[in-house]
Design a protein around this ligand. Structure first.
Ligand code: GLA
Length: 390
């Protein structure tokens, strides 16, 4: 769909002749550093060129009216600006409403109503951060509309807080950070403990980033995610009896190996092992990239998948089949990306071999799993922004 069509629909849906301002925030794909962002470790995501658009205009009344072109059947949702609380019937709109609530809670003035319409082109429920993109796009739109003057990093933090507190999903900061702070043709290495970060060029000659979507429904994803967080917290508490540390990400592999026996619960020990090693892998991978060593980067991606499969246990037959098939069909590296339990893999593939690669992996996946995977060749895009030249 073209953004011009979205603007047209905006006028029609809200019965206005006003154009509205247009904003965009991307989804993300994480290249390495998985389940490290709530363990004080490093992540290395890039923004996609896919994401969520918002068209918005201020009104003179006290109502917020929200509409999504992805959920036309739900229709317009209306809420009083000073009376927002989570409600299941609001469905998708709880994400933007959470942003309004958090902004007003921390003291920003949203003193009139507004109309806002969304259109997203990220595949639904694929673990490519459609929720972070809707949060960020709402936040930057309101920032501009009500001249709130909030900087991007603050909007990233508020968006994460909104997802944690309003939507009850205990996520780390990676998705919102990637959606807000990424740059075209770069991935961002973020230390989630200090929030220091650096943009790293990710446009590789002759190599493409391929995302494969398992199309598996991510049924228990949120509860399993929260369970992993609890397991890591317990492991950390056991290690804090011997180390003065705040996060599992503070440990080297060697320190972990020498002290892992203090974690009595073997499951918690495996989870902690992943968190420690995965953090170090992310750092090593970015160093390899800086040295132009893409093979080592790919190898570390593969090791990341093994660890997520064997120690963190968040993959499952669909993701494992896609990764194994990618490894067997010439990927430089391939791993699950995002929370897991379904969702997508990310692979680095020689551009000249992409057609064969996709054909073979698609066939092998369908033969084994019984339904099709989807494939997207993606480029690293810019973070959240206003769209002015339409
Ligand atoms: C989800 C969460 C992120 C991160 C990843 C796993 O995408 O929203 O904060 O924890 O899972 O790396």
């Amino acid at each position: 769909m073209d953004i011009k069509d979205v603007i047209c629909d905006f006028k029609e849906v809200f019965c206005t002749s006003e154009e509205g301002l247009v904003f965009f925030a991307p989804g993300r794909v994480n290249l390495i550093g998985e389940h490290t962002d709530y363990n004080g470790g490093h992540v290395f995501p890039c923004a996609l060129t896919l994401g969520t658009y918002a068209v918005v205009r201020q009104t003179t009344c006290s109502k917020i009216r929200l509409y999504s072109m992805n959920f036309k059947n739900i229709g317009i949702i209306e809420v009083e600006v000073d009376n927002i609380s989570y409600d299941k019937v609001f469905d998708w709109a709880n994400y933007p409403l959470g942003i309004v609530k958090i902004l007003t809670e921390v003291g920003y003035r949203i003193n009139t109503g507004f109309d806002i319409m969304f259109y997203g082109n990220i595949p639904n429920g694929a673990g490519l951060s459609s929720s972070a993109s809707i949060e960020l796009v709402t936040c930057i739109a309101l920032n501009a509309l009500f001249q709130l003057n909030i900087d991007m990093l603050e909007m990233v933090k508020l968006s994460q807080r909104s997802e944690n507190q309003f939507n009850g999903v205990n996520c780390g900061i990676m998705d919102q950070f990637a959606s807000g702070m990424c740059k075209k043709d770069c991935a961002v290495l973020l230390n989630t403990n200090t929030l220091s970060y650096k943009h790293v060029p990710m446009k590789l000659d002759g190599i493409s980033i391929v995302i494969a979507n398992t199309n598996k429904r991510r049924g228990l994803a949120d509860s399993k995610y929260n369970e992993r967080r609890r397991e890591c917290t317990r492991a950390l508490e056991a290690l804090q009896t011997v180390f003065d540390i705040r996060y599992l990400g503070d440990l080297t592999e060697e320190q972990f190996e020498n002290s892992s026996h203090f974690i009595e619960n073997t499951i918690d020990r495996k989870r902690a092992k992943h968190a420690v090693y995965e953090n170090q892998r992310a750092i090593k991978a970015v160093n390899a990239l800086a040295q132009g060593n893409i093979q080592v980067f790919g190898q570390l991606m593969n090791e990341s998948h093994h660890s997520l499969r064997d120690d963190y246990e968040v993959t499952g037959i669909e993701l494992d089949t896609l990764a194994a098939s990618a490894w067997a069909n010439g990927a430089i590296g391939s791993r699950m990306t995002g929370a897991g339990f379904g969702g997508c893999t990310v692979s680095l593939v020689y551009t000249s071999e992409i057609n064969n690669f996709i054909e073979n992996v698609a066939r092998e996946y369908e033969e084994k799993i019984g339904y099709k995977a989807d494939f997207y060749i993606v480029a690293a895009g810019d973070g959240a922004r206003q769209i002015v030249n339409i």
